[in-house]
Design a protein around this ligand. Structure first.
Ligand SMILES: [Zn+2]
Length: 228
């Protein structure tokens, strides 16, 4: 049985290296009404991620949204599994990464790096704007376009009673021509994230940072690593 790791009030880690599979990004669950899964892992361990979702006390029927933060395989590979396992699930992604997802582009999704084939994905809700609100109780989730790593990269922000949680998958990069990365756009995105002054950062590969100063310094380190 894969265990969920509680991060704060209604946020759990349900996938990632050490928990499910080394190929997975860190997968987060926002338990609410309805519940939201943030990314889906690379695919091979999707069943274990679902076990962890249940361990967090979340019934698969209450999972309504799978927010795909961007098109890379370690974040979207499990999406097919969850669509089948959760009857009401809707896949959410930004317009900027839509083509890579619906055509299952092996380069743009990085599936070729992982030596796997990603079947084409149908996206139910396409984010067209700079920000978009997912109606979740008790705390709505605001999805914010934060391009740079890929054209359609997004983050999510949730204001809990006492802390602001930022889900920033792969805000560290990498930046590659093959991904259509844009380092100047990314710099602007990171400045926007700094201005959010989040209390908790749930990152895609580097883990969870708690405290405004820890969040700020992680983002600043990434900026300085890129020469900004
Ligand atoms: Zn990525």
């Amino acid at each position: 049985m894969t265990r969920a790791v509680k991060i704060s009030e209604n946020v759990y880690q349900v996938g990632g290296p050490g928990l499910t599979d080394a190929a997975d990004c860190m997968v987060y669950l926002v338990k609410g009404s309805p519940s939201v899964l943030i990314d889906a892992g690379a695919g091979a361990s999707a069943r274990e991620i679902l076990e962890a979702v249940k361990d967090a006390g979340c019934h698969p029927d209450s999972l309504r949204y799978l927010f795909l933060t961007h098109c890379h395989i370690d974040h979207v590979g499990g999406a097919h599994f969850f669509r089948e396992a959760c009857p009401d699930l809707r896949l959410v992604a930004h317009r900027g990464d839509l083509e890579a997802l619906v055509t299952a582009d092996p380069v743009k999704t990085a599936a070729n790096w992982y030596g796997v084939t990603l079947p084409p994905l149908e996206i139910d809700m396409v984010i067209e704007d700079e920000s978009f609100s997912l109606e979740v109780a008790p705390y709505p989730l605001t999805l914010i376009h934060a391009p740079g790593h890929t054209p359609g990269s997004c983050v999510a922000v949730m204001d809990q009673k006492e802390s602001r949680v930022l889900f920033g998958q792969d805000i560290h990069g990498p930046f590659m021509e093959a991904f259509d990365s844009d380092i100047l756009q990314w710099k602007e995105s990171m400045e926007r994230l700094l201005s959010l002054e989040a209390d908790i950062l749930c990152e895609g590969h580097y883990g969870v940072f708690k405290g405004k100063e820890a969040v700020r310094s992680f983002i600043r380190q990434q900026l300085s690593a890129q020469g900004f």
